[in-house]
Each structure stands twice: as structure tokens, then as C-alpha cells.
Design a protein around this ligand. Structure first.
Ligand SMILES: Cc1ncc(COP(=O)(O)O)c(C=O)c1O
Length: 278
């Protein structure tokens, strides 16, 4: 395994498998006060993806040591991309192909757990269903590219992404209220209902986010449910999104539905901020 620090002009071969086939995975972490927040979870995510995608020479210890030795800025975003080195043509994983790691650090002014609530739309672009890849933060992110472009063109902050079979069957119906919600274009989605905060299970699609994992493991009221329907948003008391760079994000609006209360979301943001700095 080779680790490279990206410094503006790293040359990438057109045969690099990450570029040709999206053959790889990544993690994006927040650097705050010169520390990578929740580093152990990011390292675990990389190891898990390496195992599921058969990156057999991924060296978790070397990766951990490299990241722990970095001299970090005050506030930034760390991105670690793991791909396979360029090899002979063809999809199959080449024998003895080594993995290559690209590490970049980019300064950011994005607030962690901002209190300003966001406006969400419902994207036309559905997620791709693929149980073999579900949960992994892999390099095939075209669904998100198209969905986020919809969001930008309509000037929303983010958009919910639905499961495709339902969104197409229901295209003929006046609304898609029964559609299954999977995630937003760049975050996991949570609904506060009846004393619980629930998030959809990610059996066929979606990224098992770092904050999602943390909430499900550590917070007694957080729960994964088989299905979250668009109609559930009308019953939710609060809605929020989570990702590793932005933390917990309160939601003011999903389509026509408005949320005026963010008490639980604020509590969870405070909980996360305290935990992330431990
Ligand atoms: C589609 C999608 N879901 C969920 C997440 C949240 O993952 P994490 O908490 O690891 O940032 C992301 C993050 O970029 C994402 O792009």
C-alpha cells in the first residue's frame, strides 16, 4: 500500500481504477483544533470498506500511523481516498494489485452543528439500489452528483433521495408520499417521533455515516427502522441531517412541511460536540 499526500498536482493515470471504474472508497473527516474528529470511526470505516471490496493489502495500522503523524491545521476537512493502482484493462480485480491512498487536507469555514435550520426539497434523482455496496462510502457517487445539481438549481440547501422502484411506480400517482426515503444528497436523515430519533436502515443503498454509527451505538433514543416513508415527515416533530464534516444539521422545511421546533436536535448537537472532542 502506498500513501500519497495530494499537493495540487498529483498526476493520475487514466487507467487508475478509481477513475476508470469508481473502484475505491473514501472517508471525509472534520479537523477541529488540530485533531481529526472521531478518527477511530473513520479508520474502522476504511478497514470495513477494504474488506468488503477486497482491497486485501490495505494496511490499517500504516493508515492509522500516517494520519496520527500528520501536522494538522486548526480547522479543515481531511479526505482519504483508497483506490487500486492502474493495471491491465478489464473490470476484474487484478492479481497482486496494490492499493493507493490519496490524502488531502483542505481548510474550511463550515460550522460544526450549525444552528441555522436548512430547507430540503425532494429530489427526482433516486438512489441506486445495490445491496453489495450499501453502507459503503464508495467512489460511485453519480446519483449524488445529479441529485445535488437539482438542489442547487432550485436553490434549496439539500434534498432527500428516495428509493427508485417506488419513486418510478409512484410517478403516475398524484404524490409520492409512500416512497421510501434513504438519505439526503450528502447526509443521513433523522426524524424525531414519539420520543425516538429514527433513521432508515441502509440495506440496499446509502452511506452508513460516521455520525449515524455514533448515534446508533451511543444514544439510547436513536433507532434504525426498516422503512421511513415520505408521509412520515408530516408526523415528525423535528427532522435533522448528520454528516462527519457538518455534524448535526436542523431542518426547517421538507417540501411543504415546516418544522418550528429544534429542541431535541439542539440537545443532540450539544451531545455530539462534547463527544467529538473527547
Ligand atoms: C449520501 C451520504 N449519506 C450519508 C453521509 C454521511 O456520512 P458521514 O457521517 O460519514 O459524513 C454522506 C456524507 O458525505 C453522504 O454523502
Amino acid at each position: 500500500m502506498q500513501i500519497h499526500r495530494y499537493e495540487n498536482q498529483t498526476q493520475l493515470s487514466p487507467f487508475a481504477r478509481g477513475l476508470s471504474y469508481g473502484d475505491g472508497f473514501f472517508t471525509t473527516a472534520r479537523i477541529q483544533d488540530q485533531q481529526v474528529l472521531l478518527l477511530p470511526l473513520h479508520l474502522e470505516r476504511l478497514s470495513m470498506a477494504a474488506e468488503r471490496l477486497q482491497f486485501n493489502d490495505f494496511d490499517a495500522l500504516k493508515m492509522a500511523q500516517y494520519l496520527m503523524d500528520l501536522v494538522l491545521p486548526e480547522q479543515a476537512v481531511l479526505k482519504v481516498i483508497v483506490t487500486r493502482e492502474a493495471a491491465e484493462r478489464g473490470y476484474a480485480i487484478p492479481q497482486n494489485c496494490r492499493c493507493q491512498v490519496l490524502v488531502s487536507i483542505e481548510s474550511t469555514s463550515i460550522e460544526y452543528c450549525a444552528s441555522h435550520p436548512l430547507r430540503l426539497m425532494v429530489c427526482q434523482t433516486p438512489v441506486s439500489l445495490q445491496p453489495m455496496l450499501a453502507g459503503i462510502k464508495h467512489l460511485n457517487r453519480l446519483d449524488n452528483v445529479l441529485a445535488k445539481t437539482e438542489v442547487q438549481s432550485l436553490e434549496f440547501d439539500d434534498g432527500l433521495m428516495l428509493a427508485p422502484r417506488l419513486s418510478t411506480t409512484l410517478n403516475s400517482e398524484p404524490n409520492n408520499r409512500h416512497a421510501h426515503v434513504v438519505c439526503s444528497t450528502q447526509a443521513n436523515v433523522w426524524l424525531q417521533m414519539r420520543g425516538k430519533v429514527i433513521t432508515p436502515a441502509l440495506k440496499d443503498a446509502g452511506v452508513n455515516g460516521i455520525i449515524r454509527q455514533l448515534l446508533l451505538a451511543e444514544h439510547p433514543n436513536a433507532e434504525e427502522v426498516d422503512v421511513v416513508r415520505l408521509s412520515d415527515f408530516a408526523k415528525a416533530e423535528e427532522v435533522f441531517l448528520s454528516n462527519a464534516v457538518r455534524g448535526i444539521m436542523p431542518i426547517a422545511q421538507v417540501g411543504e412541511q415546516h418544522y418550528h421546533q429544534h429542541t431535541k436536535t439542539q440537545q443532540l448537537s450539544d451531545w455530539l460536540k462534547a463527544l467529538a472532542h473527547d
